[in-house]
Design a protein around this ligand. Structure first.
Ligand SMILES: Nc1ncnc2c1ncn2[C@@H]1O[C@H](COP(=O)(O)OP(=O)(O)OP(=O)(O)O)[C@@H](O)[C@H]1O
Ligand SMILES: [Mg+2]
Length: 199
């Protein structure tokens, strides 16, 4: 399966999502089954893997294909024109993270418009990320997006410091020594299960 994680807005959890989808695929399909291609010039996913240890390879787009069955692509913000079209045509699914804030939701609507302009061939799902646990902004955002007919993954990734610790330590969140880190992994497992079913 080829999954591209993309969004028009920066800092909405693309890299965190790509890393944890790749971790989930690796858990399900075994070591060597999955590769994460870091197409962002900032190389955040590559740096993540270099700071510590991830259970899958993270490579640059120019790397020789390693024959992995599953490919997760972490994209830079704001793919447009031919780049967006190529991502749509080369992927089985686009996962589009958005936080529940107005600016992220606005950027999301612009991306949805760009996808619609490709004539309905884009297979995509929106993922609510960085959702605060102390208010109901996540529920509000879900309702607003559902009212617009936007396809959402069921469940959300809650805001947890453990994700930042994971990035710093160069590991998946399940390797962070903190009780809440396990809940962060549960959030992504629920998403990973749905993504696999969409194959
Ligand atoms: N669920 C979460 N809870 C708390 N912090 C998070 C969560 N998801 C992401 N973050 C943090 O938010 C910041 C942005 O996340 P990330 O780098 O994944 O976003 P991005 O969309 O890839 O950004 P960019 O557009 O710069 O590539 C990072 O510091 C990351 O650790
Ligand atoms: Mg990123």
């Amino acid at each position: 399966m080829i999954v591209t994680v993309t969004s028009h807005k920066g800092g909405v959890g693309k890299t965190v999502t790509a890393v944890h989808l790749a971790a989930y695929f690796t858990e399900r399909f075994g070591e060597g089954s999955t590769v994460l291609i870091d197409t962002d010039p900032n190389a955040s996913a590559i740096e993540w893997s270099e700071r510590g240890r991830l259970p899958f390879q993270v490579v640059e787009p120019s790397a020789e294909p390693g024959g992995e069955e599953h490919v997760i692509l972490d994209s830079q913000g704001r793919l447009g024109g031919e780049d967006l079209e190529a991502a749509v045509d080369d992927s089985d699914l686009l996962v589009i993270p958005t936080s529940p804030e107005a600016l992220s939701l606005n950027a999301l609507m612009l991306l949805v418009d760009d996808l619609k302009a490709l004539g309905g061939r884009a297979e995509y799902r929106v993922l609510l990320t960085m959702v605060p646990w102390w208010n109901r902004s996540g529920t509000g955002a879900r309702k607003a997006l559902e009212a617009e007919g936007i396809p959402l993954l069921d469940g959300e990734i809650r805001r947890r410091e453990a994700f930042q610790t994971a990035a710093l330590q160069g590991v998946p969140v399940y390797d962070v020594n903190d009780r809440r880190a396990k809940q962060g992994w549960e959030d992504y497992k629920k998403i990973g299960r749905q993504v696999i079913k969409l194959r």
